[in-house]
Design a protein. Structure first.
Length: 518
């Protein structure tokens, strides 16, 4: 949780300090969290509003008397939500056992993927969505929007901002009034009613469901402060796991506040996140649900979606077909209308196996094909494959984010705070996180090296994940999807082949065959 909030404050969702903002302090974005698992509170339900921290905190959902579990419910329902606000429900349930040993230290959604928490990739993509005709650049200026009624400036996602105003503010941060500015004369810098309610920036309501409370207990109060957060949080906890559909029933009141559709996402999927196209596709066919699908080479390993090629209307789902019927599978991202909530009871329910097949029979479910890469990164080998696909996507769309220079081969992502020594060979397909140190003569290929890890001189790493604050000695060779948990020490001159090392271990001998080091 602390890592997610810290990462969020570095994105467009968090407001910069007041020194950068003309006028009063900007308002905080809204982030609504719904977490699952055992209740944090020992009993009863309670909420509180912390005015000094500008945070709405709702916790509890404790157990009832006489051994009965109090029904799970959503706290903080009175938190206002503007009409037309975009909402998303991200499913982050479970303990992330497939991605161990990394998830023994950090919840899976917060594991760094290409130098950002997995969840943050989705949050940033959602924040950049324009909600159809309701969203436009009116009343914005280089990441800021002037609210005339409230008298302050507030941040908006960068993709929603118009070009900087060169006439009155070369930096793009215009003051409240400048009659010489053509953009201000047109009303853009004044939050003009020409855009009206249809020009409001997006408000992101984000729900987390089925997150084990053991990862959160004792963390919430430590991370909520005006310097770290600046957003509103609502938390809810399930008394029992509710599957992939139950969380929608848990959040029914919030998701159905308006007639606007909402997104539902699996947290361990990485792709280009075509949320804008999904929203447009959903509005075009006008039915209850839209599923993002992607093509695979071996459909017999998956449940496939059978749909019309022209319209995308889904006819049925076939689980692991032995003969070819389709090569399209569920990509784990949906757009749903509030009417779908009437189909879901507050009980453990699978949206894929119990809800979607009924919707397909009634002609209420459509499939949109994903153009571009896709990967479920829930286990180490797929995590590395997803990293390669993501870096290739960066090469095509944002090549300036990739590193270049002596010793850099192919697609390499390096945090600015990382240090690389002399005579190294880094790449292809490498991600080096913040604070990473790579000494002289090191070769790294197809690897992720997480925050504050240290690779000593003349070591050779291929197809590895090096966890946070690990220390890899001199002349070490690691390969074959070796995964080091947090704070692992590998002594000099060792060979690790497919080792999975639990956190805080010290490795003093070679591991010639794949195995778990406990």
């Amino acid at each position: 949780m602390r890592q997610l909030i810290g990462a969020l404050q570095d994105t467009s969702l968090a407001a910069p300090g007041p020194a950068r903002v003309p006028g009063p302090r900007p308002s905080a974005p809204r982030l609504l969290l719904v977490c699952g698992g055992p209740a944090l509170a020992s009993g009863g339900e309670w909420t509180r509003w912390n005015q000094s921290r500008s945070v709405w905190l709702a916790e509890g959902a404790g157990r009832g008397t006489a051994g009965r579990a109090a029904p799970p419910w959503l706290l903080g329902l009175s938190l206002p939500s503007p009409a037309g606000a975009m909402k998303a429900l991200i499913l982050v349930g479970g303990y992330g056992t497939r991605l161990r040993p990394l998830t023994l230290s950090t919840p899976k959604p917060l594991v760094d993927f290409c130098n950002k928490p997995i969840l943050l990739h989705q949050v940033e993509a959602l924040a950049a969505v324009r909600s159809g005709d309701r969203v436009g650049p009116g009343g914005t200026k280089d990441g800021w929007r002037r609210d005339r009624r409230r008298g302050w400036w507030e941040p908006v996602p960068p993709l929603l901002s118009p070009p900087a105003c060169p006439l009155c503010c070369p930096t793009g941060r215009c003051g409240p009034r400048d009659p010489s500015c053509e953009l201000h004369v047109a009303g853009v810098g004044e939050g003009n009613e020409g855009a009206g309610a249809e020009g409001e920036a997006l408000t992101l309501a984000l729900f987390f469901s089925a997150w084990p409370a053991s990862h959160l207990e004792g963390e919430v109060d430590q991370v909520i402060s005006p310097f770290q957060l600046g957003i509103r949080i609502s938390m809810s906890h399930e008394e029992e796991p509710l599957g992939t559909a139950g969380p929608l029933a848990l959040a029914r009141d919030l998701l159905s506040e308006t007639a606007d559709p909402f997104f539902v996402l699996n947290s361990d999927v990485i792709c280009d996140f075509p949320f804008q196209a999904m929203a447009q596709f959903h509005r075009h066919h006008g039915q209850e649900g839209s599923i993002l699908v992607t093509k695979v080479e071996e459909p017999s390993k998956y449940g496939v979606v059978v749909c019309e090629a022209e319209t995308g209307r889904i006819h049925r789902f076939v689980e692991k077909p032995q003969v070819f019927v389709s090569n399209k599978i569920n990509a784990g991202m949906y757009v749903l209308s509030p009417a779908v909530l009437q189909r879901i009871q507050l009980q453990p329910t699978s949206i894929e196996k119990e809800v979607f097949p009924v919707m397909a029979k009634e002609g209420q479910l459509y499939a949109m094909e994903l153009q571009g890469f896709w990967m479920d990164i829930g286990q180490p080998k797929d995590f590395l494959t997803g990293m390669c696909l993501f870096l290739q996507s960066l090469r095509q769309k944002q090549p300036e984010r990739l590193c270049s220079g002596p010793g850099i081969v192919g697609n390499v992502l390096v945090d600015p705070s990382a240090r690389i020594g002399q005579n190294c060979s880094i790449g292809p397909n490498v991600s080096l996180g913040p604070g990473v140190v790579v000494e002289d003569g090191v070769c790294i290929r197809r690897c992720t090296v997480l925050r504050d890890a240290h690779i000593r001189s003349h070591s050779w790493l291929e197809s590895c994940i090096v966890g946070w604050r690990c220390r890899v000695g001199q002349w070490v060779r690691m390969e074959n999807v070796t995964v080091l948990g947090e704070d692992v020490i590998v002594n000099d001159e060792l060979y690790l082949n497919g080792a999975s090392v639990l956190p805080h271990k010290s490795i003093g001998e070679s591991v010639p065959e794949p195995r778990i080091i406990m």
